[in-house]
Design a protein around this ligand. Structure first.
Ligand code: ZN
Length: 494
């Protein structure tokens, strides 16, 4: 039990504005920032017309609001308070270590945001300068800042593993080689371009490289019986869920975002969450559960919800909302906000629930994992140099083209790829945040396969336990803090 100083620090931490702001949010344009929105559109148009190595985005109205300096100072005070306390008391508890890590991880996010501010300053200085030497110096500084922002993001969210990255890339190279010289003239052309973008000068070179790459499946499959059992358990834990979602299940059409509001509201109610669901007029953003504002928001202009998504997205966001709500009811302040480094499992679990309820298995986040690896230059063996947005977009839209079932629409694929690469390059520097989809779904799949094999009572107790707050049940320190795994005794005996 964290008492005294630790509880005070945890409470103070929960009050810092950046604590409940996800790391991606400051790179959005927010509401009512017309100039920034206009700039984003123009930057995309110019970039896709072939201008620049990175999109020309200079306006980030949310990046320093609330103030980064203020949050930095508060996080530092909290770290100092914990260090002093540990020094004086010799406290070696998991609580002290995890509370320290919570603060340190958020401070690292603030540092990454500040590095992007510096990057913006250097880019502006280099573009505005008349003096050639000054311009070049500023350009070098900009690249240094971009590299620092990228590696900070790797520290926070983890780096892609070379072996996993190469397994994924090997599958793509194989597909391209299959189209090279095929009767499908369009795909033949794209395949050659794709391999060229990866730096291969001939078919033989690609084949030689492929022979040295690890191959296989980097992912344990979600078992059929897991899907059935966990679905039944979920519906017993939330007995109103299926009935509440029936009007939105198995639709034969897609639904406009503005008309999806009732489905989200129904899912929230059935999951015992009393939050509003708000449509963001004129916004393209995905549906999101906001811990800071206790609400779900849906961008009016996001893609229409497919028939499956009318069930799975409300379920996904409802899961987050329920965890946030349960966290607020925790007695101990350090359990009232997410534990550190929980983004992967925290995202992975609802993503696997989506598969369970749609009945469609998939391996999530491969595209983001690849993009992050490509931005980092993992494909460029020996060089390992950070790559530009442009270089990665050229590879990724052609990868999408090779997977396309219908006719290839270059402009459309390039536009879609731009939005996808942007997710791993927020603030015009590599952003590893979305590595969590692949990593987390992999963890969550293993966890649920394991859970499904337990007796019903233990299983359901474990699923309820998962909802206590946002934590990672595969992390032993988290398990200890959140009261212990209800399945532990059973798993040990087995
Ligand atoms: Zn999510």
């Amino acid at each position: 039990m964290a008492i005294g100083v630790l509880a005070d620090v945890a409470r103070a931490f929960n009050e810092v504005p950046h604590t409940s702001i996800p790391s991606n949010e400051p790179y959005g344009v927010g509401e009512g920032h017309a100039a920034a929105s206009g700039e984003r559109k123009e930057a995309k148009r110019a970039f896709l017309a072939g201008e620049g190595a990175w999109p020309a985005i200079t306006r980030y109205p949310l990046l320093d609001t609330p103030s980064l300096d203020a949050s930095e100072r508060q996080y530092w005070q909290q770290l100092n308070a914990i260090t002093d306390y540990v020094e004086q008391t010799g406290d070696e508890t998991t609580e002290a270590a995890v509370i320290y890590e919570k603060v340190a991880a958020k401070l690292a996010e603030v540092y990454r945001h500040k590095e992007v501010l510096r990057l913006l300053g250097h880019v502006a200085a280099s573009e505005g300068a008349r003096d050639e030497e000054f311009r070049e110096t500023a350009a070098v500084r900009a690249e240094e800042s971009r590299g620092r922002a990228a590696s900070m993001s790797g520290e926070i969210f983890g780096e892609p593993e070379t072996e996993l990255f190469e397994m994924m890339l090997a599958a793509d190279i194989q597909l391209a080689l299959a189209y090279w010289g095929s009767e499908d003239a369009a795909k033949d052309q794209i395949a050659r371009e794709y391999l060229g973008c990866l730096g291969f000068e001939s078919r033989e070179e690609a084949e030689q490289k492929l022979a040295t790459m690890p191959q296989g499946e980097p992912y344990e499959e979600l078992r059929d019986d897991t899907m059935q059992i966990i679905r039944e358990d979920f519906c017993e834990i939330f007995p109103d869920f299926e009935e509440a979602m029936r009007p939105y299940t198995g639709l034969d059409h897609s639904v406009k975002p503005a008309d999806a509001q009732p489905a989200f509201q129904a899912a929230l109610r059935a999951m015992g969450v009393d939050w509003p669901v708000r449509i963001l007029t004129g916004k393209k953003v995905a549906a999101e559960a906001s811990e800071a504002r206790s609400e779900i928001t849906i961008g009016e202009l996001r893609n229409d919800f497919t028939s499956d998504e009318m069930l799975t997205k409300p379920l996904h966001e409802g899961w987050h909302a329920r965890l946030f709500q349960n966290a607020k009811m925790q007695e101990q302040p350090h359990l009232q906000s997410s534990l550190p480094r929980t983004l992967d499992f925290g995202e992975g679990l609802p993503v696997v629930l989506e598969q369970i309820f749609s009945g469609k298995k998939r391996v999530p986040g491969v595209k983001y994992y690849l993009q992050i690896g490509l931005l980092k230059g993992l494909h460029d063996i020996g060089m390992g140099k950070e790559q530009s947005f442009h270089a990665v977009n050229e590879i990724m839209w052609r990868r999408a083209a090779l997977q396309e079932k219908g006719p290839i629409d270059r402009a459309k694929l390039q536009g879609a790829s731009y939005s996808s690469v942007m997710r791993t390059a927020r603030g015009n520097a590599r952003d590893n945040r979305d590595i969590s989809y692949f990593v987390g779904a992999r963890k969550a799949t293993q966890f649920l396969n394991e859970t499904a094999a337990l007796p019903k009572e233990v299983r359901q107790a474990r699923l309820r336990w998962l909802m206590s707050t946002t934590f990672d049940p595969t992390n032993p320190e988290h398990v200890e803090l959140v009261g212990g795994d209800p399945a532990a005794a059973y798993l040990e005996a087995a």
